[in-house]
Each structure stands twice: as structure tokens, then as C-alpha cells.
Design a protein. Structure first.
Length: 171
């Protein structure tokens, strides 16, 4: 079952990630992951086949989060998603995910996949709330935990969980 959307705590608008958002998106990525992707990397990635970028804009129009996903045939993979540290827990990531799911349903996609560090509790809670279910695991996949994991320094080799959201029954 698809649960959309999370309760919005602030007014957040989601729109396509354009060239003018790249610097902000790169800064948000750097704050969320140890392996930061610069604006050039993001631009190259978005130029690849099947890639879509979305940004979440706060009440003043400021970029507070972004995501990139890839569609191939009738399946979608979340490549990355992050919210600026000061804007977290305001509904930005859930607004981004909800918009992606809405678009996937319109395109009659069958499923959305993503990988998450098992130590990343905020992200796991986000995905669980949207109905994602674990379908696989990669042991010791992550060399370092994401920057927002409190004990990131000790979680040197954590497992990647592969999650899936089934969209078929919602068509
Ligand atoms: C994970 C992340 C994207 C969540 O973004 P966010 O904008 O803060 O998430 P939202 O405000 O939309 O939260 C939606 C739901 O996710 C869950 N959640 C989010 N942050 C949480 C936290 N710190 N602890 C527990 N649950 C959390 C909650 O269920 C929340 O709903 P609620 O606030 O109504 O309880 C953000 O923490 C982030 O950018 N982390 C660093 C990058 C990262 O780990 N990306 C994911 C890689 S797989």
C-alpha cells in the first residue's frame, strides 16, 4: 500500500532540479554524506539517461533538500536524497519522496528500489513510513557511515539494506 504524503510541517514546494540549484544541492550533499558530490558531478549525473532531479524549496524559496532518481524501463532507483541540516525534520525529504512516487505512478512504474545504510535510522524511518520493505542486504557494503549517524566513527563497515516499494497495486 502506498502511503502519501507525510504530514507537512512547513510549506514546502517540490520542483525539478535545474542548473541554478546545483550549488545548493552540492552543499546539501556535502553536509549529508562523507563522500561529497560537487556540482559538476551532480550535473554530469543528471545528464545521464533516465535521471531526474528534484529540489524541495522552503517558504522563502530557498533550496532545503534535493534528490536524484533514475528510471529504467518500469523500475526506479533512488540515487541520492538529502536535506540541509537546519531544515531536517520539516518534511522536505518526505515531500521529495512523495513527489517522486506521484510521478512514478503517473508513469506506471512497477517498483522503486533504494539502498540505505542499516545504521542510518533517520533514513530508514523515512522509507519505512512510505511503505518500503527490505528485499536484500549487502554485508559490510559501507566503509563509513553517513555523516548524520551519531556513532559514524565506529560504524566502519555497516551493511547496506536494499529496500523496495511496490507500486503495482496502486495503478
Ligand atoms: C534522511 C534525511 C534525508 C531525512 O530528511 P528530512 O527532510 O529530515 O525528513 P522528513 O522531515 O521528511 O521526515 C519524514 C519522516 O522520516 C522520519 N525521520 C526523519 N528524520 C528522523 C530522525 N532524525 N529520527 C527518526 N525519524 C526520522 C520520521 O518518520 C519523519 O516523520 P515525522 O517527522 O512526521 O516523524 C535527512 O536526515 C538527511 O539528509 N540525512 C543525511 C543524508 C542521508 O542519510 N540520506 C539518505 C541516504 S539513504
Amino acid at each position: 500500500m502506498i502511503r502519501l504524503p507525510f504530514r507537512r510541517k512547513k510549506r514546502i514546494t517540490v520542483t525539478g532540479l535545474e542548473r541554478q540549484h546545483l550549488n545548493d544541492a552540492a552543499a546539501i550533499h556535502a553536509a549529508g554524506f562523507r563522500d561529497a558530490w560537487g556540482d559538476g558531478t551532480l550535473a554530469t549525473m543528471l545528464g545521464q539517461r533516465g535521471m531526474t532531479g528534484l529540489v524541495a524549496l522552503g517558504p522563502a524559496g530557498k533550496v532545503c533538500g534535493f534528490m536524484i532518481y533514475r528510471m529504467a524501463a518500469d523500475e526506479v532507483e533512488v540515487i541520492t536524497i538529502a536535506t540541509a541540516p537546519k531544515a531536517r525534520r520539516s518534511g522536505a525529504a518526505s515531500a521529495l519522496m512523495s513527489e517522486m512516487i506521484r510521478r512514478c505512478l503517473l508513469d506506471r512504474c512497477e517498483a522503486i528500489f533504494l539502498e540505505v545504510d542499516e545504521a542510518n535510522k533517520p533514513a530508514r524511518a523515512l522509507y519505512a513510513g512510505l511503505g518500503f520493505r527490505q528485499v536484500g542486504e549487502r554485508k559490510g557494503y559501507y566503509q563509513q557511515a553517513p555523516a548524520n549517524v551519531p556513532d559514524g566513527g565506529t560504524a566502519a563497515h555497516s551493511n547496506a539494506l536494499i529496500l523496495r516499494l511496490d507500486l503495482k497495486r496502486s495503478h
